[in-house]
Ligand binder design. Structure first.
Ligand code: SAM
Length: 481
């Protein structure tokens, strides 16, 4: 679940409880990061009020929406293939309408209507509240586009419907957009400038989730550590705020404390952190509250100072080590995971060895690793040649994946012999007789079901492990239950 791109979820369609009064059918499919899956919940909520029930059968749909990802070329190719499939269905059902949402919609804008003739509607990530108008346009036979990026849209006032939920874990979006301008990344262009959501509306959503039986939330944003609420508006305009706004502003550490105190039994996770914005007060807040999970996803992308600079990552390898040391000093059992890119332009074997040695220093618990994919419009695409041969990118990728597997196994072994609190999420994929859940560090654990049920906090004695899974047996409910 913490994975930025969860491969098992890609392309899943969403369904929610049907409202008898609603007469039209919506099929919505999502790709990409957790933000996209969370956004699809907002879209479904807006459309439920417009007379749409969800369907999981494409052939039954009046409106087909695909929430898209642009982060790598492969993600866009997958969506194009799906659009071909929708086109085939549309030939037999000409009244069916197709809309593209999300990052690819924002990146390609009206080109979508011109090039991909099957698309009726193109909607960027900040324009979902305009969907009722846009749908009216397409109902009347016109194509519709809204890709305007917003300075203040956070959808704080839209209560997302929870789609395909296990009833235990939910995402709560806290920031939108990104100001970091990493040279490889398309996100600032597709999701706009960074803005934060009103903490009051975040607390209301968290309290409501607890009341409905949810036990774990993940605070979501492209860069959560950069969260800053000062009454609304873009993060970059904070210096223009009044003294009063500045004095009453809430940063990420402050928000974490508010949420941790509001629901002391709710597990709190967050994703994604950018090392350059992660401050000591966030780590201190994590150490202070037992309900804030001891896990930080801390993408570094490269271990080479030269490449970090070329990527416009605003920290050095040494500063990253200092951050890791501080985390481990304040929270010795904190799990840390990475995102890494191999084959960024000009990357040498020496740079690659720096990445391997950085990984050796940190020994990450998990990792999400990618070969560099040049994205149109990014600074790297405009200023640098994509000069690393594909086979070199892939070979380096294989090497870091291999090293990560070794480290993951080393990390899971550290849990063996301990008794840890596991929150049960559902039945194990491999055995109907076993529950699957996670410990605070986000490592998956499986154990015999006995009398326990989904949503229970259970103490589990860990007896053995693989590189990805802890295997154990329950010894009783935890004090959090
Ligand atoms: N906020 C995160 C950060 O600190 O960088 C970025 C989130 S991004 C949606 C998820 C991951 O996709 C990135 O961390 C990066 O590893 C990968 N990624 C982004 N752009 C990429 C590109 N052009 N090629 C390959 N991987 C890319």
């Amino acid at each position: 679940m913490e994975k930025i791109i969860d491969e098992s979820q890609q392309g899943s369609s969403l369904s929610l409880e049907n409202n008898e009064k609603n007469g039209r059918k919506l099929y919505i499919e999502s790709y990409g990061c957790q933000m996209n899956f969370s956004d699809s919940e907002i879209v479904a909520s807006i459309l439920a009020k417009e007379g749409f029930n969800t369907t999981q059968d494409l052939n039954d749909a009046d409106l087909v929406l695909v929430n898209t990802c642009s982060i790598r070329e492969k993600a866009e190719q997958t969506v194009r293939k799906r659009l071909e499939k929708f086109n085939a269905v549309k030939r037999t059902r000409p009244n069916m309408k197709v809309g593209v949402l999300g990052c690819m919609a924002e990146r390609l804008k009206s080109k979508f209507l011109e090039e991909e003739k099957i698309v009726d509607m193109v909607v960027g990530p900040d324009a979902y509240k305009d969907l009722p108008n846009l749908i009216q346009e397409i109902d009347e036979g016109r194509n519709a586009v809204n890709v305007i990026l917003s300075k203040d849209e956070t959808y704080g006032d839209v209560a997302p419907v929870r789609l395909n939920t296990n009833g235990v874990s939910a995402f709560v979006s806290i920031t939108r957009g990104c100001d970091n301008m990493c040279t490889f990344c398309v996100v600032p262009f597709t999701r706009g400038r960074e803005r934060s959501r009103d903490p009051q509306s975040i607390l209301e959503e968290v309290n409501d989730l607890w009341d409905r039986g949810f036990k774990e939330i993940t605070l979501l944003g492209q860069n959560v550590d950069s969260y800053l609420w000062y009454g609304g508006g873009l993060k970059k305009d904070f210096d223009k705020a009044t003294d009063m706004q500045k004095a009453t502003s809430v940063n990420f550490a402050g928000l974490l404390e508010l949420v941790a105190q509001a629901q002391p039994k709710m597990r709190i996770r967050f994703s994604t952190s950018n090392p350059q914005d992660m401050t000591l007060d966030v780590i201190e807040a994590m150490a202070k509250y037992r309900n804030i999970c001891k896990y930080i996803h801390l993408p570094v992308q490269s271990g080479s100072n030269r490449i970090l600079k070329a990527m416009n990552r605003l920290h050095t390898r040494e500063e990253y080590f200092e951050l890791i040391d501080n985390i481990k000093k304040l929270i010795p059992d904190c799990a840390i995971s990475q995102d890494m890119i191999t084959g960024f332009p000009t990357e040498t074997e020496e740079d690659h060895r720096d990445t391997l040695s950085l990984m050796e220093y940190v020994k990450y618990d998990f990792g999400f690793m990618f070969a560099y994919s040049e994205r149109p419009g990014t600074l790297a695409e405009r200023k640098m040649k994509d000069d690393i041969p594909e086979e070199t990118k892939k070979r380096r990728l294989t090497e870091i994946i291999y090293l990560q597997q070794k480290h993951s196994f080393y990390r899971t072994q550290q849990h063996v012999g301990k008794t840890e609190e596991i929150l049960i999420e559902g039945t194990s994929k491999k055995s109907d007789a076993h529950w699957m859940g996670r410990n605070s560090q986000n490592t998956v654990a499986v154990f015999p079901k006995e009398h326990y049920k989904v949503g229970d906090f259970v103490n589990v004695k860990i007896n053995e492990c693989t590189s990805a899974t802890l295997i154990g047996e329950a010894v009783g409910y935890s004090e959090n239950n």
